[in-house]
Design a protein around this ligand. Structure first.
Ligand code: ZN
Length: 604
C-alpha cells in the first residue's frame, strides 16, 4: 500500500492573507523528490498558475534545511534525502472567488489546487490533512466545513485531522473556516448541509433548506428513479453518488459564481439573493440563487462523474481539450432551471420566461453565427474564459447555446418517441455507463453524447445534433415547441433604448460592448469609450436611456466620447431595426395532447 502523504495547513496570518502549509513525504524519491502545484482547477477551464501565490518555500530533512530548486513555473525538486522530507511554504490567499483561496480575519476558504503541493509519484497515496486553527481568542468560534472525511478523534465541523483517499479527492474538497451559519436537511436519507459565510441579516434558513431539499430530491430521483434496480443507483447503493453533501456559500454585496465538486460545491452570491424572514414571494434574485445551487448539484453527476474522456484523468499541468462542454455545461444549464420547475419552485410561466431570456441572449449575439458550441468548448481556455469587449460578437456561450441544444434535443426525442422517452433517459444511460464501469471508467468519447442519445432512443439524431453543435444553424424553436403547446413570439427589444437604438452595452459611463452590425459600430464607437455627451447634453452613468428616449429610429445623434484621453465625435444614425426579444407563451388554446406533453416535460 502507498504511504500516506501528510499535509498541515494553518491560517497563520489572517491579516496578511497567508496560510502556512507543510507537506511531508515519508519515502521521497531517492533521485530527488518532485512537487507540483496545479495550473488550473477542474470545472474552471483556464490556466491560472496558482503557483504564483506561493510566497516562500523551504525543504527540510527533519530539522535540517535541504536544497530545493524550481524546474518550471509550477514544479520543484528537493535534493535527495532518506526522508521523511517536508516542504514548508506560505500561500498568499486574497482571491474572493470560488476558484482559489481567500483569508482574512473574518474567514478562510481554500481549494486544494491553490494550497496543496502534489509529491509527484504519490498521486494515488492516501492523504491526511491537519486543519489547524488560527491563534488567538478572536478566532475561538471558528468552525470548519468541508467534504473531506474527519479522521477518528476529530469531530466533523471542528479543526483537526481529515482524510482523502488520494490527491484527486484532496483537491476536490474545498474547505471553509470561520464563524458561519449552517442549515441541515436530509434528502432520501442522505445528509445535506448549507454553510453560509458573510453577514445575512434575518436569513430564512428554514425556507432555504426546505427549497434546496426539493431540488436535490428531484435530481436524485432523476438519476435513481424509484423502482429501478440498485444497479441504477450509485456504487454505494445509496440514492446519491455521495454519502453527504455540503453547499459552501459565501454571501457578499455583489457577486455570483459556483464551482462543482464530488460531494460539495463552493458558491458565491449576493446576500439579497437569499431569502429573509417575512419574504414570502419567489423573487427573481432568489430563483437565481436556487438555479445556481441546482446547477452545481447537477454537476455531481454530469461532469464530476459522467465526464469527457479528455478529463480521465485530468492533466493539471496544462489545458485539457474537449469539444463537449456544450453537453457538460450546457445540459447542466438546461436542467438547472427545468428541475426547479419540476420541483415546484418555478411556475410554468416563470420557467418559460427564464428560457425565453436565454433564447433572447443567444439570438441577439452574432457570435452564434461565427463559432459552434463544439469549437467554443475546445477553445474555452483562451476564449470563453478570457472574454474581452468583442466576446458577444465572437464567442458563443456553451452554457446558454448548449442549454438551447439540450432543449432542442429533449423536445426532438420527446416528439420522436411519442413522448415515451426524453433527454432524462439519455442522462440515465450515461450515468449507468459510469455505474457499470466502476474504476475502469474511461469517460465519454467526443462522439459519445450522440451515441448515447441514439442508443437510448433509436432515433437518427446525427444530422440535427451535428448541425446544432458542430455547425451554427439555429434549431427551429417555434417548430420544436409547437407540439408542447408553447408559442414563440419575437418583438423588437425596445425596453433598453441604448441597446435597441445604439447597439451597445453601457455601464458606469462607458461602452462595455459594441455589437456587430450596430449603429454604434458603423459610426466607429468602441468598447472602452467613455461617453461624454449626446447632441451636446452631458451623458452620466444613469441618464443615457432618458436622453435617447426623445429620439426616433433613423434619427442621427452626435456623440462625444473619450477614447483613452482623446475626445472624439461620432455621428450615429439610430437603428431602425432593433434586435428581437423573445417570449415563450403556454398556448391557452393548445389541444389536450399538447398540454399533456408540456406537463410531462415540465412536470407541472
Ligand atoms: Zn457548470
Amino acid at each position: 500500500a502507498a504511504m500516506t502523504v501528510h499535509y498541515a495547513i494553518c491560517p497563520a496570518h489572517p491579516g496578511a492573507h497567508l496560510f502556512h502549509v507543510t507537506v511531508t513525504v515519508e519515502a521521497p524519491d531517492p533521485a530527488g523528490q518532485l512537487f507540483m502545484l496545479p495550473a488550473w482547477i477542474p470545472g474552471s477551464y483556464m490556466i491560472r498558475e496558482f503557483a504564483r501565490n506561493i510566497v516562500r518555500l523551504t525543504a527540510l530533512d527533519g530539522d535540517t534545511p535541504v536544497r530545493v530548486e524550481k524546474l518550471d513555473k509550477h514544479t520543484w525538486r528537493a535534493a535527495p534525502v532518506a526522508g521523511p522530507l517536508t516542504l514548508a511554504y506560505e500561500v498568499y490567499a486574497w482571491d474572493l472567488s470560488v476558484r482559489a483561496a481567500h483569508l482574512d480575519k473574518t474567514h478562510g476558504f481554500f481549494n486544494g489546487t491553490s494550497v496543496f503541493l502534489l509529491p509527484i509519484g504519490h498521486e494515488g497515496a492516501p492523504c491526511r490533512v491537519d486543519l489547524l486553527p488560527p491563534e488567538g481568542k478572536d478566532y475561538a468560534d471558528w468552525q470548519v466545513a468541508t467534504g473531506l472525511a474527519p479522521a477518528r478523534g476529530t469531530r466533523r465541523g471542528s479543526f483537526g485531522t481529515y482524510l482523502a483517499a488520494d490527491y484527486d479527492e484532496l483537491i476536490d474538497c474545498p474547505v471553509e473556516m470561520g464563524s458561519f451559519v449552517t442549515g441541515r436537511f436530509d434528502v432520501l436519507g442522505v445528509p445535506h448541509e448549507i454553510v453560509i459565510t458573510g453577514s445575512v441579516p434575518k436569513l430564512d434558513m428554514a425556507r432555504l433548506t426546505a427549497d434546496l431539499a426539493r431540488v436535490c430530491e428531484v435530481q436524485m430521483r432523476l438519476f435513481a428513479p424509484r423502482g429501478r434496480t440498485p444497479a441504477a443507483r450509485s456504487r454505494t447503493g445509496a440514492a446519491a453518488p455521495f454519502e453527504r453533501y455540503t453547499f459552501l456559500t459565501m454571501a457578499v454585496g455583489d457577486g455570483y459564481g459556483g464551482l462543482e465538486h464530488r460531494n460539495s460545491t463552493a458558491l458565491i452570491c449576493k446576500r439579497d439573493d437569499l431569502p429573509h424572514l417575512g419574504m414570502t414571494d419567489s423573487t427573481v434574485a432568489y430563483r437565481t440563487f436556487l438555479g445556481l445551487a441546482s446547477h452545481e448539484y447537477f454537476h455531481s453527476w454530469n461532469v464530476k462523474r459522467i465526464r469527457p474522456a479528455a478529463f480521465v484523468p485530468y492533466d493539471l499541468t496544462t489545458e485539457n481539450y474537449t469539444r463537449l462542454l456544450w453537453a457538460f455545461e450546457g445540459f447542466t444549464s438546461y436542467y438547472d432551471d427545468l428541475l426547479l420547475a419540476r420541483a415546484g419552485l418555478l411556475s410554468e410561466a416563470q420557467y418559460l420566461d427564464t428560457l425565453a431570456g436565454t433564447l433572447t441572449t443567444v439570438m441577439q449575439r452574432a457570435s452564434r453565427l461565427k463559432q459552434s458550441v463544439a469549437d467554443s468548448s475546445f477553445d474555452a481556455w483562451i476564449k470563453y474564459y478570457r472574454q474581452d469587449e468583442n466576446a458577444p460578437n465572437s464567442v458563443v456561450s456553451y452554457y446558454q447555446k448548449g442549454a438551447l441544444v439540450a432543449l432542442a434535443l429533449d423536445l426532438t426525442i420527446r416528439a420522436g418517441t411519442n413522448h415515451r422517452l426524453s433527454l432524462d433517459d439519455v442522462m440515465r444511460h450515461l450515468w449507468q455507463q459510469w455505474v457499470e464501469a466502476g474504476d475502469g471508467y474511461t469517460g465519454v468519447d467526443e462522439d459519445g453524447i450522440l451515441a448515447a442519445a441514439e442508443d437510448v432512443t433509436g432515433l437518427s439524431l446525427a444530422r440535427v445534433l451535428r448541425e446544432w453543435t458542430e455547425g451554427t444553424r439555429d434549431p427551429d424553436f417555434a417548430k420544436l415547441l409547437a407540439p408542447f403547446g408553447v408559442a414563440v413570439e419575437a418583438r423588437p427589444a425596445l425596453d433598453s433604448p441604448h441597446f435597441a437604438l445604439l447597439g451597445v452595452k453601457f455601464a458606469d459611463g462607458k461602452l462595455v460592448n459594441v455589437f456587430d452590425g450596430s449603429p454604434a459600430q458603423a459610426a466607429g464607437l468602441s468598447g472602452g469609450d467613455t461617453l461624454v455627451a449626446l447632441d451636446d447634453i452631458r451623458v452620466t452613468a444613469g441618464n443615457l436611456d432618458k436622453l435617447l428616449a426623445r429620439y426616433r429610429p433613423g434619427d442621427t445623434v452626435r456623440v462625444h466620447a473619450f477614447r483613452r484621453d482623446e475626445l472624439q465625435v461620432f455621428d450615429v444614425r439610430l437603428s431602425t431595426r432593433p434586435p428581437s426579444k423573445f417570449t415563450l407563451l403556454a398556448d391557452a388554446r393548445a389541444g389536450k395532447t399538447a398540454v399533456a406533453a408540456r406537463r410531462k416535460w415540465l412536470g407541472a
